[in-house]
Design a protein around this ligand. Structure first.
Ligand code: 9D3
Length: 250
C-alpha cells in the first residue's frame, strides 16, 4: 500500500515511521509513506498556508491552493486509483470495518488539517471521503492520520511479523480480549489462574474464549449483538454467566 500524507507537520510522523509494527512495515516496503508539506507549495514569500475566515470569527482556515497543489503532486506519483481521505471531526467513524475497507486500497492520500478547518472548496474538489476517529476534539488531523495508518497497516498481509497475534486479533471477530498474565506467579496476593499453568492447551483456549465472551458481555454487551456465536461459544458464555450470577449472590 502506498500512503501519501499532506500535513504542515511532517516531522510528527516519525512516531509511526521509526517505531514498532508500522516502522517495520515501512522498512520491509509493505507500506510506503511519503509526506507532502503544503508550505512547500505556497506561493507567497511567507509560505502561507492559512488565512482569516470570510465572514469573520475566531481562528484561521487552511487555504485551498497550497493543499490542492500538494494533493496534485502526490497524485502525480500514482498511476491507478487514488482515494483522497480528509481526517475530520465531521467524517464517518473509523471502525474495524472501515479499517478493512481501507486496507484493500492500493494507494491513498491522507489529509491532516490544522486550525479551524480547511476551505470548503478544497473538500468539494479534491476529497473523496471524510473520516473521524471519534467524538472528541483533537488539535489537528496528524494524530488521527497516524491512528488510521497504524490500524490499516496491521491489516495488511505480512505486516505483523507475528502470525499468532494477527490470528488472536481475528479475536477481533468482534470480542474483547481476555486477560493476560506473566511472572511472578503471585502478585499482590493474586495468583495466576491455575489453568494457564496447566499446559493443557485445549483447556487454555476454552478458558480464554470464555473470558473474552464474559468480558464482552459485561463491558460491551452491544458487541455480542453484532456477531453470531457458535454452540461452543454459547455454552462458554452461559457457563460464565452462571458463575457471574453466583458471585453477585455472595
Ligand atoms: C474547537 C474547534 N472546533 C470548533 C467547533 C472545530 C474543530 C476544528 C479542528 C475541532 C477539531 C479540529 C481538529 N481535529 C481534527 O483535525 C480531527 C479529528 C478530531 O478532532 N476528532 C476526531 N477525529 C478527528 S480526525 C481529524
Amino acid at each position: 500500500m502506498r500512503i501519501h500524507v499532506v500535513s504542515i507537520f511532517p516531522e510528527m510522523f516519525r512516531a509511526i515511521a521509526d517505531y514498532g509494527v508500522t516502522g517495520r512495515a515501512i522498512s520491509q516496503r509493505l507500506v510506503s509513506l511519503k509526506l507532502w508539506d503544503p508550505r512547500d507549495f505556497a506561493t507567497d514569500r511567507h509560505r502561507s498556508v492559512d488565512d482569516r475566515p470570510y465572514g469573520g470569527g475566531p481562528g484561521m482556515v487552511m487555504m485551498a491552493p497550497p493543499l490542492a497543489a500538494a494533493i496534485e503532486a502526490a497524485r502525480k506519483e500514482e498511476s491507478g486509483r487514488v482515494r483522497v481521505v480528509y481526517m475530520s471531526p465531521q467524517g464517518d467513524r473509523l471502525d474495524h470495518l472501515a479499517v478493512q475497507r481501507f486496507a484493500g486500497m492500493e494507494s491513498v492520500i491522507l489529509l491532516a488539517g490544522r486550525y479551524e478547518g480547511v476551505d470548503e472548496r478544497l473538500l468539494a474538489r479534491h476529497v473523496d471521503e471524510e473520516c473521524s476517529i471519534g467524538d472528541y476534539v483533537l488539535s489537528g488531523g496528524e494524530l488521527a492520520v497516524m491512528v488510521w495508518i497504524d490500524a490499516v497497516t496491521r491489516q495488511l498481509p505480512g505486516t505483523l511479523g507475528n502470525a499468532e497475534s494477527a490470528d488472536q486479533d481475528s479475536f477481533a471477530g468482534g470480542l474483547l480480549d481476555c486477560g493476560h498474565y506473566t511472572r511472578p506467579d503471585v502478585y499482590a496476593g493474586i495468583p495466576v489462574p491455575e489453568v494457564l499453568r496447566s499446559g493443557d492447551h485445549g483447556a487454555i483456549r476454552r478458558w480464554r474464549l470464555k473470558q473474552a465472551l464474559g468480558r464482552t458481555w459485561r463491558k460491551h454487551p452491544e458487541l455480542l449483538e453484532k456477531i453470531e456465536l457458535n454452540d461452543e461459544q454459547l455454552e462458554l458464555l452461559a457457563e460464565y454467566q452462571r458463575e457471574h450470577e453466583l458471585e453477585k449472590g455472595r
